[in-house]
Design a binder for this molecule. Structure first.
Ligand code: THU
Length: 132
């Protein structure tokens, strides 16, 4: 799975977005170490704070399918700016994918930036910090 292929899936996933309130469609696609891809889109609710972001829709879908090892997530929106995961999504991705997850942030012109989740969430908190 190339970066471009993963981005294409994220872009297509925007069509599944339910964004009646913000009209800001987001799609995401996450690939496992074995090359399996799970996609997601943002799902909004009339009780606005219950909204679920595209990134978490994708990772949660993968997790309930039993996946635990992830390589890259691609995110797409209709914005000219590079779409960047919110704080809540950074936390969830950091814990369930590990600090070396690659995050691909795209813009509507088709450009992209690829960064590690540890660079988006420096000094991130995870299960290791619970000192179990
Ligand atoms: N949103 C995402 O799905 N992912 C992001 O990375 C940023 C924001 C969604 C949440 C909400 O449905 C809409 O975009 C506007 O914030």
């Amino acid at each position: 799975m190339t970066d471009k292929e993963l981005i294409e899936i994220a872009v297509k996933s925007k069509d599944r977005s339910l964004a009646d309130y913000s009209h800001f469609r987001v799609g995401a696609a996450i690939v496992t170490d074995e090359g399996k891809v799970y996609h997601g889109a943002n799902i909004e609710n009339a009780s606005y704070s219950l909204t679920m972001c595209a990134e978490r829709t994708a990772i949660f879908t993968a997790l309930v399918e039993g996946e635990r090892n992830f390589k890259t997530i691609a995110i797409a929106s209709d914005s000219k700016s590079f779409i960047s995961p919110c704080g809540a999504c950074r936390q969830v991705l950091y814990e369930h994918c590990g600090e070396d997850l690659d995050v691909i942030m795209t813009n509507s012109a088709g450009d992209y930036k690829k960064v590690k989740i540890k660079d988006l969430l420096p000094f991130g908190f995870s299960d290791k910090d619970l000192n179990k």
